[in-house]
Ligand binder design. Structure first.
Ligand SMILES: [Ca+2]
Ligand SMILES: [Ca+2]
Length: 470
């Protein structure tokens, strides 16, 4: 294991005008409204011992932020039909949120809003909070590491869209169920930069109520080299991550860019992590770049977790971290030499830890250096797992000998199979005959298109990209 000192200052090109994500726990007691004790997920367990992978291969030219990817599922959000409340100052914004009526659309004028401790607690249902221009980069809500949670969503059918959130002391967005279930959250075309903890956290605030059926789409969640030294060093040194969901059911996390969640010391939470009894999470068409861990379903083997009366995983009892769920058509890419040289390195791409009946289908997972597992599953509750048609540069690991339905996967794939393997364009190269048309048949309906929205043909290509004839 290696450590480095300072990270390189790398130019950050925003890949597409969209992204956000994360869920976890904290109890900072810093003067924001009493949200109760968020369930403590405990210290994040060690991701396992990294094997000695020998020298890191030459990654070639370093990416300048990755290659822009088309995002077919991200049209501009429709104009609001709500009752428009225009705001142009922090005071107006705070007043509009605190006095919101159901059906309000709070539209922010372009500008930089220095919150400096001001927070937005939305507990009225059917409220939109979005920029008037639709240009997320033109409306910046900046916590300056003084505001803990910039936006707390504690009511049904809340939309947050077309804005940038910077420098939250804890979570830029926190979705909670506060005395009742919170459903219908939409986080769309939001840019989250440099949270001190997880970028989007989802968890119950009151026992027996849950934050369910939300969507995080077309957003960018990122931790930059500038923000990384500000990460909360508790829980092993790197208490951050993208989306951190606890006990949440039915979330869809799609078409996002999630990048940079790692620390020199400690193991960051995943780019998307749902655990402690989450269910039916769908993670698709996302671009994960330079995260210590990509997607995690489950984590622990004991503790407080949500259970379901309808027995969603026959044959499993006791603590379960995640029920069902699909990880499909994602690119997961690591090339940052500083991440690769960090204490934790690139741990796992898709990580099912106490995740019953989870599916990883048609993902492309590439590291230009080491990677403990491209895909792994562990703990005896991880039954019924399906690993189908993934193309990965490293290993697929059944860590506890549980077994899984595996078909059509290509491991130890060379970078030459991709349009620009070292640079992160993970579309299949012309002539990638080891992958093109080489996938197994998958059950009808579980993966009918690819990361570009291209239809899968009758001979599916391995990985997230289906090559379509011009
Ligand atoms: Ca094909
Ligand atoms: Ca394609």
């Amino acid at each position: 294991m290696k450590r480095t000192g300072m990270t390189l200052a790398m130019a950050l090109l925003l890949i597409c005008p969209m992204a956000v994500g994360a869920c976890s726990d904290d109890d900072t007691g810093n003067g924001q409204p009493d949200t109760g004790l968020y369930p403590d997920g405990g210290d994040l367990p060690d991701g396992g011992t990294l094997p000695d992978g020998g020298p890191v291969p030459d990654a070639g030219p370093q990416p300048d932020g990755g290659t822009p990817q088309p995002v077919p599922g991200c049209p501009a959000l429709e104009a609001t039909t709500g009752n428009v409340v225009n705001v142009a100052t922090v005071a107006e914004l705070q007043d509009a949120v605190n006095n919101a009526q159901a059906g309000d659309a709070i539209l922010l004028a372009d500008g930089d809003y220095a919150l400096d401790g001001v927070y937005l607690w939305i507990d009225t249902p059917d409220v939109e909070l979005r920029s008037a221009s639709g240009n997320r980069e033109a409306v910046i809500l900046d916590g300056n590491y003084q505001t803990t949670e910039i936006i707390t969503i504690a009511a049904n059918n809340i939309t947050v869209a077309d804005v940038t959130l910077r420098e939250a002391y804890t979570h830029p967005i926190h979705v909670v169920s506060d005395g009742a279930d919170t459903v219908g959250t939409l986080i769309y075309n939001v840019h989250i930069i440099d949270a001190r903890e997880q970028a989007i956290k989802i968890n119950p605030n009151t026992a027996g109520t849950y934050p369910d059926d939300g969507v995080i789409a077309c957003s960018t969640l990122e931790l930059t080299d500038t923000g990384r030294p500000h990460v909360n060093p508790t829980a092993g040194g790197c208490y951050t991550g993208g989306v951190d969901g606890h006990q949440a059911r039915g979330w869809v996390i799609r078409d996002n860019v999630i990048r940079g969640f790692w620390c020199d010391t400690g193991l960051a939470e995943h780019g998307v992590h749902c655990w402690r009894g989450c269910r039916d999470t769908v993670v698709e068409r996302n671009l994960f770049i330079d995260n210590a861990r990509g997607v995690g379903f489950g984590m622990a083997t004991s503790g407080e977790a949500r259970t379901f009366a309808d027995d969603p995983c026959p044959g499993v009892s006791g603590y379960v971290g995640h029920y069902g769920g699909m990880v499909r058509n994602n690119f997961i890419f690591v090339s940052d030499p500083d991440l690769l040289a960090s204490a934790a390195g690139f741990d796992c791409g898709v990580c099912f830890w106490s995740a019953c009946y989870a599916q990883a289908v048609h993902n492309t997972i590439v590291s230009t250096g080491d990677n403990f597992s491209s895909i792994e599953w562990r703990f005896d509750t991880s039954i019924g797992i399906e690993i189908l048609n993934n193309i990965v540069t490293h290993a697929i690991r059944d860590r506890d000998g549980i077994g899984a339905n595996q078909a059509g996967n290509l491991t130890d794939a060379p970078l030459s199979l991709f349009v620009d393997g070292p640079g992160g364009d993970l579309h299949l190269a012309t002539g990638a005959s080891a992958a093109i048309d080489q996938g197994a048949s998958v059950p009808a309906g579980i993966c009918t298109d690819d990361i570009d929205g291209d239809a899968r043909d009758s001979s599916p290509d391995i990985g997230a990209d289906e090559v379509v004839a011009p």
